[in-house]
Ligand binder design. Structure first.
Ligand code: UT7
Length: 332
């Protein structure tokens, strides 16, 4: 057992993105779409695609190694490796175990958590408990996703939206009043069939939805998810601010899951948020599911857009359906 701590902060950050860029113009040659449609309806210009022979966990391990170095700890100091993914390379072994091996975190427990695009926000909350209770001192949370392996490249409704990438945080003890202050997590399984990615079993409705298309691929009712997402973002921000007794004006930066620029703009308009208080990078990467928040946080930190004491709010939504948010007072 480690000594119980008062606060849990983000001690190290890393990210890793595949080198290969797939632009909207490339997609024009693959499906009946246009750069104009994709840009206008989603805000995406390009996305990164993992090489076919590479695994998502390799991206995750690369992000994790950078986060461990950034935290200035040894891999053997890590007590838990938690991987968030909805595109595991293997169901067994877990992505977390594969990353444990690659990073040398030999003393860690390792497991995966799937809350689709909300996975990283869920993962931070779970990871925090291990440290607060004294189970261990450091937890490595890694989001790694390769949506390119599960989309139907003939389905223009989905293939233009997603990309691949990974991001990782090392969490550990922080000064009281700093770090991960609070979180708000929700799910509604009754609406879950609007985004599906079957694995070991397919029900009749899954087969019907994919009629004439590749099987075992991601399927989404885009407009239903869109309506849900706009409400979910507002609920997760309002819900957390109320729970944590913080005012919207006190937030320095909101880092939302990057699924569609219109979802982000819609929420910003509802909340009357100025543009500079909400971070977007969707034009470069598309939707990289649970990796979108840590990849964005890494960029924000590298660009020196945050300083100690700033209030950041991460907000995400996605399959399950799941949604949630994390409030952080920057501790570095
Ligand atoms: O990570 C969490 C999960 N995902 C999301 O948050 C995604 C949420 N949904 C969305 O972002 C949007 O609903 C989409 C971007 C998926 C679609 O945008 P939309 O404005 O809701 O379009 P729509 O589904 O209402 O489709 C409008 C039209 C349709 O044509 P018809 O039926 O009006 O003739 C589609 O077939 O646009 C067509 N369309 C396309 N056209 C060109 C759909 N995809 C494409 C495409 N290129 N790639």
């Amino acid at each position: 057992m480690s000594a119980a701590v008062d606060a849990v902060g983000i001690l190290g950050i890393g990210s890793s993105l595949p080198e290969r860029v797939l632009t909207n113009f490339d997609l024009e040659k693959m499906v009946d779409t246009s750069d104009e449609w994709i840009t206008k309806r989603t805000g995406i210009s390009e996305r990164r695609i993992l090489e076919k022979e590479k695994a998502a966990y390799e991206l995750g391990a690369c992000a994790a190694i950078k986060a461990i170095e950034d935290a200035g700890i040894r891999p053997s100091d890590i007590g838990v490796v938690l991987a968030t993914t909805s595109t595991p390379d293997y169901l067994v072994p877990s992505t977390a175990c594969l990353i444990q091996e690659k990073t040398g975190a030999a003393n860690a427990a390792a497991f995966d958590l799937n809350a689709a695009c909300t996975g990283f926000v869920y993962g931070l909350t779970v990871a925090k408990q291990f440290i607060l209770t004294g189970f261990c001192k450091y937890v490595l949370v890694v989001a790694c996703e390769a949506l390119s392996k599960v989309v139907d490249w003939k389905d223009r409704n989905t293939c233009v939206l997603f990309g691949d990438g990974a991001g990782a945080f090392v969490l550990g003890p922080a000064e009281k009043g700093f770090g991960i202050l609070d979180s708000y997590l929700k799910s509604d399984g009754s609406q879950g069939r609007v985004i599906t990615l079957p694995c070991c079993h397919m029900e009749e409705e899954d087969i019907a939805k994919r009629a004439g298309k590749a099987k075992n691929v991601l399927w989404m009712d885009g407009s239903e998810v869109f309506k849900f997402a706009v409400k979910a973002v507002t609920d997760a921000i309002d819900g957390l601010l109320e729970k944590a007794h913080i005012k919207l004006e006190e937030l320095n930066l909101i880092i939302p899951h990057q699924a569609n620029i219109r979802i982000i703009d819609g929420a910003a308009k509802r909340l009357k948020l100025p543009d500079e208080k909400i971070y977007t990078n969707i034009h470069k990467y598309g939707n990289i599911s649970s990796a979108s928040i840590p990849v964005a946080v890494e960029e924000v930190v590298r660009a020196k857009r945050v300083k100690k004491g700033d209030y950041l709010l991460f907000v995400a939504f996605g399959g399950g359906l799941t949604w949630g948010s994390t409030l952080v007072r920057w501790n570095r």
